[in-house]
Design a binder for this molecule. Structure first.
Ligand SMILES: [Zn+2]
Ligand SMILES: [Zn+2]
Length: 132
């Protein structure tokens, strides 16, 4: 679904699962696009690398409501392909990382969609604030 610009001309993404306007949240200087409906998140390209590199960011993000565990009553149909919030192309389903058991939907040009709970699982997988 194509993004649009709101009154403040900030680019607003739409949830690839349910079409809601995503809430733009800044957590420790990283922007996360959060769906209040299904609680999935869109991460812009590069956001994840910053999270991986910075344990403090991971801690802050894990404390944020957008990393909440899934709401069982609002789980999306994960078998449906996700379209990129930015270009609308079908994202590729990829393993988040070997051994993570997390499947994410990736647009190599724009970013990554994580269904509800997957961001938290990924942060946990990364060891939250521990310095590896
Ligand atoms: Zn949603
Ligand atoms: Zn894209």
């Amino acid at each position: 679904m194509a993004p649009f610009r709101n009154a403040e001309t900030v680019l607003v993404h739409r949830c690839p699962r349910d079409g809601r306007a995503l809430e733009r949240r800044e957590v420790a200087s990283v922007v996360v696009h959060h769906c209040a409906g299904c609680r999935g998140v869109w991460l812009d390209l590069g956001t994840l690398d910053r999270l991986r590199a910075d344990g403090r960011l991971r801690n802050d993000l894990a404390d944020d409501p957008c990393a909440y565990l899934p709401r069982p009553d609002r789980l999306p149909d994960a078998t449906r392909a996700v379209r990129c919030c930015e270009c609308g192309q079908t994202c590729a389903r990829r393993s988040y990382a070997p051994g993570s058991f997390i499947d994410v939907d990736v647009c190599v040009l724009h970013g990554m969609w994580m269904d509800s709970g997957e961001l938290f699982a990924a942060l946990y997988f990364e060891g939250l604030g521990s310095v590896a």
